[in-house]
Write a protein that binds this ligand. Structure first.
Ligand code: B12
Ligand code: SF4
Length: 549
């Protein structure tokens, strides 16, 4: 690849694909595929109790922070914002970030660049590049497969092996729950930290693992616990946070790095809170005490199925593991796949019941989906089982199969998926309630723990549980009666327990804020029934910027 003739003087626009997203349109937006993590794939069946929030496009933020060329990041533009930005600034390079579902938007954006900014070089990156014949589908100059920071540095003639600067990222924005938007005060939301990309476990369906090299491979941005500690300390200072969303597909797999981080946290008295993704085999490498001292308070774990034979689940009773984690105050988000090869209409209900029986705090369900670039895709394609007429925009794991399953029809795949979400909600209650239960358990176990950092962390959590969350429980108890009376009673007993521990504050907040939340939750239910959806705001951020003349 030749470097760009202007090198680091080239003006760069890095953009995500255009919205609006949560609607059906000709560019591949789908109402059931909103730009939201929880409401898209975790709490989507939970009505007004669903946790609604947006996450920025971290890939392009990471690239921007690691190049010295003048650069604009345009996140969640509408088509007209993108057009305006192209016309207002003479960009030498336009970088578009996308995943496969948004292919049609990439096609349109490339077309718009050619029309509105014909001198620009078009670079397309992100998971959409896993499509082997992407070059024939879009009009771009470069397609970047895999890690993008090193590619962009190389293209600009900068040092591709230079140290990685981590941008200050606030993990979520515009959070809403029960019809109310939470205030966005500094330090109130976790910072996102991205230690590495990829995962060496190489599960056959896993796109992230495949995209960054597959089995045995991954790319570390921060190799050691020391580097990670330093980055986290900087983010703590800049964003005033003590909570981190660790965006690493399998954070706990790198044990030496995690334990060194713990050592440094202890020495510096850091009472940090970490939300991590980890596979069961990686979690098993730690004692509960190590996890708690490391600040792990939320854990996303693949459960897949009791009958599956993924290496990460070998010799693990995931139900027992979930129980244990929750008993130590660690919120668990389980992830279960619907439509594995051994699933049939006869055994699927039992498999869903097994998954739901984990009683995780959150539960993601996804269809087994061969996605281009993965070993599973190649296997299913070789067997001639891919359904060729399916649009890319519908291959996102929340709609219907994109392949011929041996026992389950396409329409049934959607029915079973929806049933799983509903069953989890009906049987276990709103995730917000489950979280409160786990946090109370953790606090009871650790409130007198010798390590002050741990005590402080649980005390912080309990402050929320005894106030705002307790008021939410008051409203939930009433609203949930019509869904499941038993769960509503369980919510009431949890409230009693909280009130026993915090008599005054518990009673006052439930009495004052509870009715407000009940009212706003009911109003939200009504709006949702009328088709209300949410869109992320458009964000523009410029670095090393000088106006063009
Ligand atoms: C945060 C996230 C989201 C956010 C969206 C954030 C956003 N603003 O777009 C939310 C939660 C809304 C979301 C939704 C969905 N997501 Co998502 N999401 C992720 C997640 C967890 C993290 C992404 C991330 O920031 N990674 C860290 C950064 C550093 O890595 P990166 O983005 O890959 O960027 C690097 C390279 O790809 C490259 N690069 C990226 N962009 C560009 C651009 C240029 C110009 C260049 C040169 C390079 C480049 O350089 C970067 C640095 O190395 C990934 C999983 C993962 N671990 O990556 C899934 C992932 C990207 N999502 C995925 C999917 C399928 C979805 C959904 C369809 C799922 C669903 N049904 O719910 C929806 C789609 C919503 C929509 N309407 O578009 C898949 C994509 C698969 C594919 N092959 O296309 C992934 C990989 C998860 C998975 N394993 O299945 N998602
Ligand atoms: S363990 Fe999780 S992140 Fe790693 S390859 Fe398997 S599914 Fe992907």
């Amino acid at each position: 690849m030749n470097t760009h003739p202007k090198g680091s003087r080239a003006r760069i626009l890095l953009t995500s694909v255009f919205g609006p997203y949560a609607q059906d349109d000709e560019f591949g937006s789908r109402a059931i595929n909103p730009m939201e993590l929880y409401h898209n794939q975790v709490t989507r069946a939970q009505g007004s109790f669903s946790i609604r929030m947006f996450h920025r496009s971290w890939g392009i933020m990471m690239i921007q922070a690691n190049i010295s060329a003048p650069c604009t990041v345009l996140d969640f533009p509408r088509r007209e914002d993108f057009a305006r930005e192209l016309k207002a600034n003479r960009y030498d390079i336009v970088g578009i970030s996308s995943i496969i579902v948004n292919l049609k938007k990439v096609i349109e954006m490339c077309r718009m660049v050619r029309e509105l900014s014909p001198h620009s070089v078009i670079v397309v990156g992100g998971h959409v590049a896993a499509l082997e014949n992407l070059g024939e589908m879009i009009d771009a100059d470069h397609i970047v497969r895999g890690e993008g920071i090193s590619w962009m540095r190389r293209y600009l003639g900068e040092d591709e092996h230079g140290p990685i600067q981590h941008p200050a990222i606030i993990s979520g924005l515009r959070t809403r729950v029960m019809g109310l938007r939470l205030p966005e005060r500094k330090g109130g939301t976790a910072a996102t930290i991205i230690p590495s990309v990829g995962c060496p476990m190489g599960c056959n369906f896993c796109t992230t693992s495949a995209f960054f090299g597959g089995k045995g491979k991954f790319i570390n941005f921060f190799q050691t616990g020391d580097e990670l500690f330093q980055v986290m300390s900087e983010l703590e200072k800049e964003l005033k946070v003590d909570s981190f969303f660790v965006m690493d597909e399998n954070f706990l797999l790198h044990r030496a790095r995690a334990l060194r981080l713990l050592e440094l946290m202890k020495a510096a008295g850091k009472s940090w809170e970490l939300s991590v993704f980890a596979s069961a085999n990686a979690i098993r490498k730690y004692s509960m005490q190590e996890l708690v001292e490391l600040g792990v308070s939320w854990l996303w774990m693949g459960l897949e199925s009791a009958q599956s034979n993924y290496g990460k689940l070998t010799n693990t009773d995931t139900r027992q593991l979930t129980r244990e984690l929750r008993a130590h105050g660690i919120r668990v988000q389980g992830s279960t796949i619907i439509g594995l090869e051994h699933h049939t209409p006869d055994n699927i209900a039992e498999e869903i019941e097994h998954a739901v029986g984990h009683q995780t705090d959150f539960h993601q369900f996804m269809l087994y989906t061969p996605v281009p670039g993965t070993p599973l895709y190649r296997e299913i394609a070789d067997q001639g089982r891919l359904l060729s007429e399916i649009e890319m925009a519908d291959i996102h794991g929340q709609y219907k199969f994109n392949f011929q399953h041996n026992a389950i029809s396409r329409d049934d795949s959607k029915r079973f998926l929806d049933w799983a979400f509903w069953r989890d909600f009906e049987r276990n209650g709103p995730s917000l309630y489950r979280m409160c239960r786990t946090m109370l358990e953790g606090w009871r176990r650790y409130k007198d723990y010798p390590d002050l950092r741990v005590r402080e962390r649980f005390a912080r959590e309990m402050k929320k549980v005894s106030t705002a969350y307790n008021a939410a429980l008051w409203a939930m108890e009433r609203e949930f009666r019509k869904v499941n009376k038993q769960v509503s009673e369980d919510i009431r007993s949890l409230r009693r327990e909280i009130q026993k521990e915090f008599p005054l504050v518990g009673r006052v907040t439930a009495g004052v804020l509870g009715p407000v939340l009940l009212w706003s939750a009911r109003r939200e239910e009504k709006l949702l029934a009328e088709g209300r959806t949410y869109e992320p705001p458009t964000i523009v951020e410029r670095s090393h910027w000088v106006m063009a003349h």
